[in-house]
Design a protein around this ligand. Sequence first.
Ligand code: ATP
Ligand code: MG
Length: 384
Amino acid sequence: MERIIIIRYCEIHLKGKNRSFFENLLEKNVRTALEGVDCEEVKAQSRYLVKNFAEEDHELIIGKLKKVSGIHSMSLGFRVNTDFGEIGECAVKIMRGKRGTFKVETNRADKKYPRTSVEISRDLGGIILENVSGLKVDVISPEHVCYVDVREDGNTYLYCDNVKGIGGMPVGSSGHGTVMISGGIDSPVAAFMMAKRGMRLSAVHFHSFPYTGEAAKRKVEDLSKIISEYSCGIDLYVVSFTEIQEAIHEKCPEEMMITLMRRFMFRIAERISVRIGSQAIITGESLGQVASQTIESITTSNAVVSMPVLRPLIGFDKLEIIEISKKIGTYDTYILPYEDCCTVFLPRYPLIKPKTDRVIEEESKLDVDALIARALENVEVIRF
Ligand code: ATP
Ligand code: MG
């Protein structure tokens, strides 16, 4: 009897000619996620198995696999030889300690095996009832299901519980995007959403030293590290935004501060993206959430870039975003105190519906190209 973890992937993306591409990518990502854990991963007919791990490591392994996009579900179980004596012993071991109602569900791929799937389920049910107290059969809505999978290669897998994976597509299957990351709640969630859809990620953060301190930067690093576990690593580009903000503050009307700042951020994010071969910008904007996220504000910032800007949270409410951030583990870091560069020189009455013509007129007072060039000269790269 051998302890195993069964990994099932999302079949829907694996149709047709691309199947092996997705499978190989997912296999590579699973290996990356389990690096440093003593175990072995093997492919086994449209699923993966993790084997040869220490008993006490199973929670650690499942925890890591829960962050790998493209995995539909996982189960902790056993492999035995297809021998009824061994299968029965294993079924008893799996069900021991459980209480309430149960059923056995068998899938027999090995049609040469002498018992049918219905017979296997019935006979194992009997063995479990004889050997485990406190259990009753309920085939309609049981509390526990003992799954038995009789494969064609002489192996049988048994397991009881299914742990949900994050689903989606394997990272690396949907191109490369640059997430604009702040220390807020939204952008890390936006990053997760795109990693889940298979996008490889890089990140850009703007900080305004000395207006924003080391702690603010560290918070963004911590959030990036959490995201990197979902995105198979992330390169964080930290850009100093101070000179740009001071220039806008000095030369342009106060109410346009945020609009102009955002146009600079988008331009710089696009330049960095082109440099690193990234194909899209990702933001945590949600329609109408704040003044800079009205459709007019979005229009004025989109106007300065030609790359697609992906806003996976555009239709989400704050509560929905909070829920995801708790699930992915960024919430606890997010609630720590933070100063964002957007709160420096914050106007009392920001423009809610900026007009592009007026924005361009005000922006012409600045040497946009020179400011951007200087910001790009000193970009710090931190790899997670
Ligand atoms: P978040 O919670 O992600 O900070 P927010 O609700 O505070 O978002 P804004 O401050 O208007 O909204 O920012 C909108 C988006 O712009 C953010 O989701 C993020 O993608 C990007 N952004 C804001 N500030 C920064 C920053 N300092 N560096 C990089 N990107 C930023
Ligand atoms: Mg913010």
